[in-house]
Write a protein that binds this ligand. Structure first.
Ligand code: PRP
Ligand code: URA
Length: 209
């Protein structure tokens, strides 16, 4: 599908299956989200530009590669996106963090903003929007709208599950923003839940239901 990369690495697929299982504990679900966050971060940063810098090994000077320019902003959509954050910060400890507080109105499925704070230099960085679920895409579209308003120019979406309907809608609003996901599921049900899905990601991660 255009504009979408499915991360089909066997470790990601195995861990995703464990997360989908309704019997998975809150603790297990959270740990798996952390682990998959690291694996997805590895994939989504695969093409980051490098530049050469002069260093000296114990034996000789050399030109060695380092990441070029200003680097990353992780932008978790609260609450569930927070589940990816620690794993990704473990891999990229110098990244900045933008918090995007949104909830989906359960009746209208419209995304309602309640918090937003992004680094001042967001325009100079690659922004990775983190949210395990892209369902109707209302939340992802609202988050990207808000980040663009704040100046972000280079944005990618990282999720676990995406619905075909959500991908299509998101691509219609933000064709410049590529999506990385561990799976594209079958469809949305009448309540806007991804089928087969994994249920309510925030509730499963924080044990609120
Ligand atoms: C969930 C999920 C996404 C959103 C996806 O959040 O974490 O943010 O729904 O649905 P959409 O693509 O139809 O917008 P929710 O609104 O339940 O908030 P929570 O993370 O605080 O539980
Ligand atoms: N949000 C979730 O947490 N799960 C879904 O299936 C859809 C939206």
């Amino acid at each position: 599908m255009q504009g979408v990369t499915v991360v089909d690495h066997p470790l990601v697929q195995h861990k995703l299956t464990l997360m989908r299982d309704r019997e998975r504990s809150t603790k297990g679900f959270r740990e798996l989200m952390h682990e998959i966050g690291m694996l997805l971060c590895y994939e989504v940063t695969r093409d980051l530009p490098l530049e050469l810098t002069e260093i000296e090994t114990p034996l000789t000077p050399m030109q060695a590669p380092v990441l070029a320019g200003k680097k990353l902003v992780f932008a978790p959509i609260l609450r569930a996106g927070v589940g990816f954050l620690d794993g990704m910060l473990t891999l990229v400890p110098s990244a900045r963090v933008a918090h995007v507080g949104l909830y989906r109105d359960p009746k209208t499925l419209v995304a309602v903003e309640y918090y937003f704070k992004a680094p001042e230099d967001v325009a100079d960085r690659l922004v990775l929007v983190l949210d395990p679920m892209l369902a109707t895409a209302n939340s992802a579209i609202a988050a990207v709208d808000r980040l663009k308003e704040a100046g972000a120019k280079n944005i990618r979406i990282v999720c676990l599950l995406a619905a075909p309907e959500g991908i299509e809608k998101f691509r219609g609003s933000h064709p410049d923003v590529h999506i990385w996901t561990a799976a594209i599921d079958d469809h949305l049900n009448e309540h806007g839940y991804i089928i087969p899905g994994l249920g309510d990601a925030g509730d499963r991660m924080f044990g609120t239901k």
